[in-house]
Write a protein that binds this ligand. Structure first.
Ligand code: PLP
Length: 403
């Protein structure tokens, strides 16, 4: 049995698709003394943060920072824009899209849940043509928002948000576009302004490499206008008071000061490296991991290569193999945490996170743990995924100068 103070030697491999490993540099930044959140230093920090975070969302509009997990920011996006009984169109891409739809019901919103049927539906991204067709039918404009998940963390499938924007425009529909990129931000390309998103929801514990505990709403002018008419009850989540206090770098309540130190450090790390480079290394890691899955002779959860996730890869187990039993062996034998199959995918697959603070060798070790654990579990593998990924990484250096 594990003791509470159990601590194996070496570093734990936290390869779930978030929370992702927190770099030492960020941990150190968070260990500085907590300061007065009404004092002048804090105001300067707040203004700096609020300006830098816009670059990550690629927006010139305000970004709200909440001391809450991503679920809080989901609620905030709906509570600030909707009124009781409002109808919204949501798209079932996986477990997180489903949870968001359940939240809408609890908030007294009427979600209509479009999607491809069954478990197969969880192997594809949002179908923009289905959204366009539904919006064209809604001639009275009863649907107040279209809500989609950009990077479905339960499956490793992304969705084409620009195509959803186009679908809304092609239908000539005024619905707001609300997007969850809780696990996509800073690992998968995301363009809040250019894609015409009205509210983007995100969180700290994925591509931003922070511990859980901060989440975001990036806004558009249209969303801010909608918030002035929205009647769902809200107080803690209300954008108006936060936007007012943010003008001077403060919050209407006590913000999570030390997590904000960490966020400031994370933003420096990402912006100093350059977002293009950050996104390119995620694409490359994802391709290396997919090369491993292919060499093992296993299926990837995502069936559409145009929407493979750069954040995580879902590995489908052969018929009759319990993915959770394989994961358990991998955890116990190799101190490696992988994501479990959620909802309709439970027991069918496991998820390898390749987001945030990884490098080629952490991923090679991760794939080594997967390969050995699958062999121990009796999974029939066609070849070595570790060798395939090593070869891929060697043949595809990130910087052309290394060729
Ligand atoms: N949406 C997506 C896509 C997620 O991946 C998660 C968490 O993993 C959530 C929503 C919920 O966020 P949190 O667990 O931070 O509340």
């Amino acid at each position: 049995m594990l003791k509470l103070n159990f601590h194996p030697s070496g570093r734990h491999f936290l390869q779930i698709p978030g929370p992702s490993p927190v770099p030492d540099r960020i941990l150190r930044a968070m260990s500085l003394p907590t300061i007065d959140h009404r004092g002048p230093e804090f105001g300067a920090l707040g203004l700096e943060l609020l300006s830098k975070i816009q670059k990550i969302f690629k927006t010139e509009n305000p970004v709200i920072i909440y001391p809450a997990s991503g679920t809080g920011a989901w609620e905030a996006a709906l509570a600030n824009t909707m009124s009781p009984g409002d109808k919204v169109l949501m798209f079932e891409t996986g477990h997180f899209a489903t949870l968001w739809q359940k939240m809408a019901l609890r908030l007294d919103i009427q979600p209509e849940f479009l999607g491809l049927p069954g478990y197969e539906g969880w192997r594809h991204g949002v179908q923009a043509d289905m959204i366009e067709a539904r919006l064209k039918e809604d001639t009275n404009h009863e649907l107040k928002a279209v809500c989609v998940v950009h990077n479905e963390t339960s499956t490793g499938v992304t969705s084409d948000i620009a195509a959803v924007r186009k679908a809304i425009d092609a239908a000539g529909h005024p619905a707001l576009l609300i997007v969850d990129t809780i696990s996509g931000l800073a690992s998968a390309d995301y363009c809040h302004d250019a894609w015409g998103v009205d509210v983007t929801v995100s969180g700290s514990q994925k591509g931003l490499m922070l511990p859980p505990g901060i989440s975001f709403n990036a806004l558009s002018p249209k969303a801010i206008e909608a918030s002035k008419q929205a009647k769902l009850p809200k107080s803690f989540w209300a954008w108006d008071e936060i936007l007012e206090a943010n003008k001077n770098g403060y919050w209407p309540y006590t913000p999570s000061t030390n997590l904000l130190y960490g966020l400031n450090e994370a933003l420096d790390m990402l912006l100093d490296e350059g977002m293009e480079h950050v996104l390119a290394r995620h694409q490359r890691w994802a391709a290396g991991v997919r090369a491993a899955v292919e060499a093992w002779g296993l299926e990837i959860q995502c069936l559409d290569p145009s929407v493979y996730s750069p954040v995580l890869t879902g590995v489908v187990m052969p018929e009759g193999v319990d993915a959770d039993a394989v994961r358990k062996i991998i955890y116990e034998r190799f101190d490696l945490s992988l994501g479990m199959g959620l909802g309709k995918a439970k027991g069918k697959m496991f998820r390898i996170g390749h987001l945030g603070d990884c490098n080629d060798l952490t991923l090679i070790a991760t794939l080594g743990g997967c390969e050995a654990g699958m062999k121990l579990s009796g999974v029939n593998l066609k070849g070595s995924g570790v060798t395939a990924a090593l070869d891929y990484f060697a043949a595809n250096p990130l910087n052309p100068s290394e060729r």
